[in-house]
Design a protein around this ligand. Structure first.
Ligand code: SAM
Length: 274
């Protein structure tokens, strides 16, 4: 049986390349990577020559499975890297891992940099239990659902975001979480211009309005405060708001039930008293 090894590479600072990661790349029969020029640059910086690379990105990962399984069946070691950080974290890797496991091969990793974990542990927000949301969908109902999930999640939430979508995502989170929810913006981690900004969502919107977001960002959002039991007055207020905004009675009941975490029957009973 062969070995598939996921190798973490630097997220900005080449000094984070570990000796074990270098040895794993040197000893591989094939390195699956997103971009041969980028990984080729890393290999030549490390003085590694003669190891074959194969492009493995979100479009080609499935097609690469057969070749990788063939090499593993011959007892070879195949390494997986991505442009930066840990493979499989908002990056290719998980399909190759699943296929190798299904064929009974050894799957291992050389752990190392990952922007999500670094941002979490320096955020100052609770880190014992957290949720890694990765990138939110850009548009559509999936985005709405995932934003709602993030906003109501009681554990700390870690999100990746492109700089040109940062303001939009912070605005959406602000709309759902309010002014006071704590948030951390971790930018250009491990690089010369590493910056960690900490504050509330209202302050974050002012902060990003003052400067154009540039570089790579991780958003770390504090978990939702524990819900206090909703009173009938809370339900009445919620229903009145929804109905005034044009929702049908059925939709208003469903929305308020969801937002306040109260059974639909109870919301419906209050709706009958309006
Ligand atoms: N697999 C990678 C990892 O383990 O961190 C993540 C890859 S994902 C395609 C790229 C996203 O990670 C960026 O859009 C950004 O949100 C985050 N990221 C990567 N490097 C970063 C850095 N140096 N500083 C802040 N965020 C970074």
């Amino acid at each position: 049986m062969g070995t598939l090894v996921l190798v973490a590479t630097p997220i900005g600072n080449l000094g984070d390349m570990s000796p074990r990661a270098i040895a794993a790349l040197q000893g591989a029969a094939l390195i699956c990577c997103e971009d041969t020029r980028r990984t080729g640059g890393l290999l030549s910086h490390l003085g590694i020559r003669g190891v074959r690379m194969a492009i493995t990105n979100e479009h080609t990962e499935m097609a690469r499975v057969e070749e990788v399984l063939g090499l593993l069946a011959g007892g070879a070691t195949v390494a997986v890297v991505t442009d930066a950080g840990t493979p499989g974290i908002s990056d290719p890797g998980e399909r190759l891992v699943a296929a190798a496991i299904a064929e009974g091969h050894v799957v291992s990793a050389v752990p190392g940099p990952s922007a999500d974990v670094m941002a979490l542990v320096i955020s100052g927000l609770p880190s014992a239990r957290y949720v890694m949301e990765g990138f939110l969908p850009r548009v559509g109902p999936d985005r709405t659902t995932r934003l709602h999930d993030a906003a109501t999640e009681p554990r700390t939430v870690v999100l990746y975001e492109a700089p040109h979508r940062l303001v939009r995502t912070l605005t959406d989170l602000h709309g759902l979480c309010g002014d006071d929810r704590r948030v951390v913006l971790a930018r250009e981690l491990t690089k010369v211009h590493e910056e960690v900004w900490r504050g509330t969502l209202a302050e974050a919107l002012r902060h990003v309005a003052d400067r154009e977001p540039l570089g790579e960002y991780v958003i770390v959002l504090a978990g939702a405060p524990p819900r206090t039991a909703a009173t009938d007055d809370d339900i009445r207020l919620g229903l009145t708001r929804e109905l005034a905004a044009g929702a049908s009675k059925k939709t208003a009941v469903a929305t308020v039930s969801d937002h306040l975490g109260v059974a639909k029957n109870r919301v419906y009973d209050v709706a009958l008293t309006l």
